[in-house]
Design a protein around this ligand. Structure first.
Ligand code: NAD
Length: 353
């Protein structure tokens, strides 16, 4: 385990606080007493672009008392840990540790998995999936063993399939295994709508649901701006809109991820904020509604025997998924969800889990 270099190795005693601080009573030092609140520990597996963007957002938002980083590359990992530790003077106090061994993650409240193999040119989606399943076999069992009470949050792609894999490999109940899913797609959707309407994205309520990525479904009928339903207001004011225009906006949401990857090689900041926002809702029991990937069998016509993870707006709190919002889907939206479920189930059946 990498920790911050100990001063005792330089001949300076670790117990030097008495040189600077005096206890108010002649009792055992309060510095060694129980902390006044339960320490929150978050582990991040994969110290790449996404993992580090998540770590830095969590740090700046003061969400954890301890962050544990795990990666397969020890030098890169130690470098990332030291770089973050060196910002200590400007950040809320957070212990940052790292290691290639899962011992470093023990007792986590939340474990975020961002490690993933990248697609090699010519490789099929199924081949990539098999490689990522092999990776998850190394990651999930030790993670679950070291933190049996943790919430698991999967970010690695294909996120819906890998959330299923993490659920199977961890043996955790489904409320404690969540995929970041369309939380980011929904944020991109809200940004594009807000930009177009010249309003604050926080005032736009809009969800993308279903599969993260190309076949995600935009829930047009439930979009509202400051509580005003957007589509029916356009209709009432005789402002024309075509189904094709709506589909173009949905495609722009999906395309925006590809555009960022084409321009800078990867995406990081938005997913960092999106995941930190999920961590906040979960660990601070905020009970906010987020579209996240969850065990979706039985919802909106998805057959009860299809154990697939797809995004639906869900209430998140300290116990993970507290409930799935009873959103109304049109027949077409439900059909697209069912088609995604069918595709995912077909792929999952080819995995030996
Ligand atoms: P990256 O290549 O920069 O980082 C991946 C990291 O995982 C590397 O540091 C690598 O060393 C590490 N790793 C590989 N095998 C490991 C193992 N067995 N144990 C521990 N660590 C291991 O990639 P990135 O840009 O950070 O993306 C990470 C993942 O996040 C990808 O799958 C990407 O598609 C996904 N992603 C998801 C979303 C979303 O909305 N769900 C958004 C962006 C990226």
């Amino acid at each position: 385990m990498h920790k911050v270099s100990s001063l005792s190795s330089l001949g300076i005693s670790d117990d030097i606080s008495s040189a600077f601080f005096r206890p108010i009573l002649a009792t055992p030092s309060p510095r060694s007493s129980r902390p006044h609140h339960k320490r929150i520990k978050i582990s991040i597996i994969g110290a790449g672009n996404v993992g580090m963007a998540i770590a830095q957002t969590i740090l700046t938002q003061d969400l954890a008392d301890e962050i544990a980083l795990v990666d397969a590359l020890p030098d890169k990992l130690r470098g990332e840990m030291l770089d973050l530790q060196h910002a200590a003077a400007f950040l809320p106090r957070t212990q940052i540790v790292s290691g290639t061994d899962y011992a470093v993650t023990a007792g986590s409240d939340l474990a975020i998995i961002t490690a993933g193999a990248r697609q090699i040119p010519g490789e099929t989606r199924l081949d990539l999936l098999h490689r990522n399943v092999a990776l998850f076999r190394k990651i999930v069992p030790p993670l679950a063993e070291k933190s049996p009470e943790a919430l698991l949050l999967v970010v690695s792609n294909p996120v819906d399939l890998l959330t299923y894999v993490a659920w199977k490999l961890s043996g955790f109940p489904p409320n404690r295994v969540i995929g970041s899913g369309t939380n980011l797609d929904s944020s991109r959707f809200r940004f594009l709508l807000a930009d177009h309407l010249q309003v604050n994205a926080k005032d736009v309520q809009a969800y993308m649901v279903g599969e993260h990525g190309d076949s995600s479904v935009a829930l047009w009928s439930s979009i509202s701006l400051g509580g005003v339903p957007v589509l029916s207001s356009l209709r009432d004011n005789d402002i024309p809109f075509e189904q094709a225009v709506l589909e173009d906006i949905r495609k722009a949401v999906v395309g925006s991820a590809y555009e960022v990857i084409r321009l800078k090689g990867y995406t990081s900041w938005a997913i960092g904020y999106s995941v930190a926002n999920l961590a906040w809702s979960l660990l601070r029991d905020q009970r906010l509604i987020h579209p996240v990937s969850l065990l979706a069998k039985g919802f909106h016509g998805i057959p009860a025997d299809q154990e697939v993870f797809l995004s639906l707006p869900a209430q998140l709190g300290r116990n993970g998924v507290l409930g799935v919002a009873k959103v109304q889907l049109t027949k077409e939206e439900a059909k697209r969800l069912q088609q995604s479920a069918e595709t995912l189930w077909g792929l999952q059946k080819q995995l030996d889990l």
